[in-house]
Design a protein around this ligand. Structure first.
Ligand code: BES
Ligand code: MN
Ligand code: ZN
Length: 500
């Protein structure tokens, strides 16, 4: 997808599709008014006849609109004017993206960025537009036998964002960054969508290495022997049941000053979670190929910020392994020693995410982080509590939590905070080790975070439980690329704060 920004009169723009917006009830945007005038009332007629529904994102495609240079005009609704929110703006753009994706047109001109919701800036509108439009064009090239025979690729490839304002470097940067975020999301989605027999720990490591080569940053991959030397008994206990060797992937993106403390991202990379000896039930078990979406999101975020050349230091750590019930697998009741020295009684081998993350979190200490954010498809309980709208957020630092909540709102990739109170820690008591790896029936997302908190005392830390947000099930089954928008928004905010 190619993006440019232009200042132009909408009716004079030559394009396969010209996109203009209107509010419910027929309050046309300025751009739509210009087209309406040039076409002697064509758009107001369509609205009057009731062809356009009120809901944000509803649209009608019009052909041969008189007085306009474009082949088609797509009139899209932004919902009620007095209820015009970020969500309505995004819904309109996502719907435009879907329409353009299936269109025979090759290029489109879009006037929506001038319709800023609330007090959002034009740069924000441009950033969101380019991200949503580029992301909307994502396709996973599934290995299906019949896919390729001579079918013409549909879908718009070139987009001009039209504004009445003067174009400046900030706006140009905003669309480049939006595209970079979409590129990071595409990588995260690809890794998530690939099956467990392809996207293995070694595949994740190769992907990270290839990115390091492309963008010129260092990537270390630690093997089983390295992890043994470091005493990562907890991480290694999960890998025992699989024939695939585990990897600890460490990406060092250095865009900031040499001495600036890095943000450290940690992503759960369980490339398939069968549950291990505490085997999961069969239904929908295929979806446990998505159990590496935390890893995919941190790798995708590194790609996005490397593309932006963000002036910031970021380390991404991915503990990658399968969780399988092989003959050498951990048993319920086994006690293992983590890298931190704390011992863990494995009461349920299906609570494996925390077992690999705890050693990665201890390893993170060596980078003297400014803060650490881990991202994990950690608990089914999070989906029960919050559904599939926000990611769960727990943190040992309220400022960091607030910053993430804000960046979630700004990016439209939201999180919701849950309490990490001391009282919950009791649920992790074990008679045979420093802690058990499960906390019983209640508050599963919180007890999982409590477990992790015992390994993050040395730094400011936040945990994102993305079990509900990393993929969608059903007919549209696939990875979402979340929380790449949230993480990149956070990192862009940090880079702004540290820029010279
Ligand atoms: N990967 C799963 C969490 C998960 C389950 C994500 C369903 C998305 C959908 C994780 O490893 C797991 O199995 N967690 C257990 C923990 C339990 C044994 C304490 C769970 O949530 O059931
Ligand atoms: Mn599990
Ligand atoms: Zn898991």
């Amino acid at each position: 997808m190619e993006f440019t920004i232009k200042t132009a009169s909408p009716e004079k723009v030559r394009a396969g599709v010209l996109v203009v917006g209107t509010f419910a009830g027929g309050a046309l945007s300025t751009a739509a008014q210009a087209v309406d005038k040039a076409s002697k009332g064509k758009l107001s007629q369509v609205v009057k006849h009731g062809d356009l529904e009120d809901k944000a994102g509803a649209s009608v495609m019009l052909h041969d609109v008189p007085g306009t240079a474009a082949d088609r005009v797509l009139l899209v609704s932004l919902g009620k004017a007095d209820d015009y929110t970020d969500k309505a703006y995004r819904d309109a753009l996502s719907s435009v993206a879907r329409t353009l994706n299936g269109s025979p047109a090759k290029d489109a001109a879009i006037t929506l960025p001038d319709l800023a919701p609330g007090n959002r800036s034009l740069a924000w509108c441009m950033h969101q537009a380019s991200r949503l439009l580029a992301d909307g064009a994502y396709r996973f090239d599934a290995p299906k036998a019949a896919a390729k025979d001579g079918k013409k690729e549909r879908g718009v490839r070139k987009i001009v964002l039209i504004t009445a304002a003067k174009i400046n470097a900030e706006l140009e940067a905003a669309i480049r960054r939006g595209q970079a975020v979409a590129e990071g999301m595409a990588l995260a989605k690809d890794l998530g969508n690939l099956p467990g027999n392809v996207c293995t720990p070694a595949y994740l490591a190769d992907t990270a290495k290839a990115l390091g080569k492309q963008f010129k940053f260092d990537v270390d991959v630690l093997d089983r022997a390295d992890m043994e030397k470091l005493g990562m008994g907890s991480l290694l206990s999960v890998a025992r049941g699989s024939h695939l060797p585990p990897k600890l992937i460490v990406m060092h993106y250095k865009g900031g000053k040499a001495k600036a403390k890095p943000v450290v991202l940690v992503g759960k990379g369980v490339t398939f979670d069968s549950g291990g000896i505490s085997l999961k039930p069969g239904a929908e078990m295929d979806e446990m190929k998505y159990d590496m979406c935390g890893a995919a999101s941190v790798i995708g975020s590194i790609k996005a910020i490397a593309r932006m050349a963000l002036p910031l230091n970021v380390v991404a750590i991915v503990p990658a392994t399968e969780n399988m019930p092989g003959g050498n697998a951990s048993r319920p009741g086994d006690v293992v020693t983590s890298m931190s020295g704390q011992t863990i009684e494995i009461l349920n081998t299906d609570a494996e995410g925390r077992l690999i993350l705890c050693d990665a979190l201890t390893y993170a200490e060596r980078f003297k982080p400014d803060c650490v954010i881990d991202v994990a498809t950690l608990t089914g309980a999070c989906v029960v509590a919050l559904g599939k709208i926000p990611s769960g957020l727990l943190a040992n630092d309220d400022e960091l939590a607030a910053e993430l909540l804000k960046r979630g709102n700004d990016s439209g990739d939201r999180a919701w905070q849950m309490p990490l109170w001391e009282e919950y820690q009791d649920l992790l008591k074990s008679n045979f080790a420093d802690m058990g790896n499960i906390g019983g029936r209640y508050a599963g997302t919180i007890t999982a975070a409590c477990f992790l908190s015992r390994f993050t005392k040395a730094y400011k830390w936040a945990h994102l439980d993305i079990a509900g947000t990393a993929w969608v099930s059903g007919d549209a089954k696939g990875a979402t690329g979340r929380p790449v928008p949230l993480l990149t928004e956070f990192l862009m905010g940090r880079a702004e704060g540290t820029a010279d």
